[in-house]
Design a protein. Sequence first.
Length: 183
Amino acid sequence: MELEQVISRRRSIRKFLPQSVEESKIERLIESARLCQSAKNRQPWKWMVLQHESKDQVADIMLDLFQQNDVELPGYVNSSKASAQIIKNAPLLLLVFREKDDIWLQSDFLSIGAAIEHVCLETVNLNLGSVWIRDTEYTEKEICAHLGYPDLQLVSAIAVGYPAESPPQRPRKTKEEILLQEK
């Protein structure tokens, strides 16, 4: 598929078929992240591939947040419930971590964001679907501890699978709304 076509077809897919993602496609997704540019060539990402019960356990940790009666949560955290259900529905979950280092925080986040976008575009190229999930943020420490990496920072997640939906493109700002002119 041509790059322009991949970019224009990319959508956030939240419903997946129960079909597993082939190992060769998983390897291509990780390779697309590995080849991404990064600030100062730090390549700050550490990836984890989860399937079956392992990914469902991450979703359960996210849902457990809402079972705690003594914690009042801001309204925006409620999207974690929907994200956890998406994770359970997806056959594959990719988690991306970084080593905790405040000096490189912004550079690492920008680099990891670029690597995530590489993965999301490669899913389209492989006739898969994906959605970039930020809601792991609210239970990051619990997820890291559960997976055996309490010293790492969980930056984000990507749910991946064969799409069971084909949503239209969401509204986009016009070029005039996003392009600044020199003053």
